[in-house]
Design a protein around this ligand. Structure first.
Ligand code: ATP
Ligand code: MG
Length: 252
């Protein structure tokens, strides 16, 4: 993406005004690369992902995909955005049906994907009957259903407890090791960013810009749990912490 700015139009406001959410952001992601984006709350991280996915209009700049406009994008939203009236399996089947699969093929593939995220026994449960971590895993399985070349993940593991986070994180890393998909991963969690990513982009306060980027030269294939104890891990974490902007003072 090059020179991307987004302003959210305020209802009833004149054309030019609006809330600036991100400001003049440029970065590129190589095929197969895992890029994490960290930054203070409200700095525009979710907006950046939506800009990549074409879900918000850009005020300026442009987003291009190396492999052409048909790049398949899988989006795991900050809220898991499952359809409450459809079962875990139904949510995934719908994604597959929209991508052109037959009813039978969609059903079979949905079962396989659910098994991948350890939810083979929860296929017929509705989102309201699942825990937060289980819902996240369904949302991840649904994103996998598109077989995306590019994963956009917004705080996807944040709602998970520490153990499930490591489990799902490792599962995700193992999938990536097989399929070479590209990932842009937004997180509040510096440790998670360093454990997963090849590169960490640090954003400023909103309207966000990219303040700096930190390469993570830890070897792959990576184990989420073990990499946290690897030589150099603490140092990388410290560098990301230092690059983060100081918290804004709260008005008294
Ligand atoms: N639909 C919208 N309409 C108007 N303003 C919006 C909208 N979505 C986001 N904003 C504003 O844009 C800015 C960036 O929001 P965004 O959700 O991208 O931040 P974020 O970095 O993802 O925050 P968080 O870490 O809390 O998820 C904020 O000031 C927010 O209030
Ligand atoms: Mg967000």
């Amino acid at each position: 993406m090059t020179g991307v700015s987004v302003r959210y139009r305020q209802r009833g406001a004149r054309q030019q005004s609006g809330v600036p959410a991100v400001s003049d952001v440029s970065f590129s992601v190589a095929p197969g690369e895992f890029v994490a984006i960290v930054g203070p709350s409200g700095c525009g991280k979710s907006t950046l992902l939506k800009a990549i996915a074409g879900l918000v209009p850009l005020t300026s700049g442009h987003v291009t995909f190396g492999s052409g406009p048909e790049t398949r994008v899988g989006f795991v939203f900050q809220t898991d955005a499952l359809l409450p009236w459809s079962t875990a399996s139904g949510n995934i089947e719908l994604a597959l049906r929209l991508a052109g699969a037959s009813v039978t093929a969609a059903r079979k593939r949905a079962r396989t994907l659910l098994a991948h995220v350890g939810l083979e026994n929860a296929a017929e449960l509705f989102p309201g009957q699942l825990s937060g971590g289980m819902r996240k895993r369904v949302a991840i399985a649904r994103a996998l259903a598109y077989d995306p070349a590019l994963f956009l993940m917004d705080e996807s593991f944040s709602a998970l407890d520490a153990q499930t986070r490591i489990h799902v994180g490792n599962f995700f890393l193992s999938l990536l090791a097989e399929s070479q998909q590209t990932v842009v991963f937004v997180t509040h969690d510096i440790e998670e960013a360093v454990a997963l990513a090849d590169r960490v982009l640090v954003m400023s306060h909103g309207p966000g810009r990219i303040e700096c980027e930190i390469a993570v030269p830890l070897p792959r294939p990576r184990d989420y749990h073990a990499s946290r104890f690897a030589v150099g891990f603490d140092d990388l974490q410290r560098r990301v912490w230092k690059a983060l902007p100081a918290p804004r003072e709260v008005d008294q």
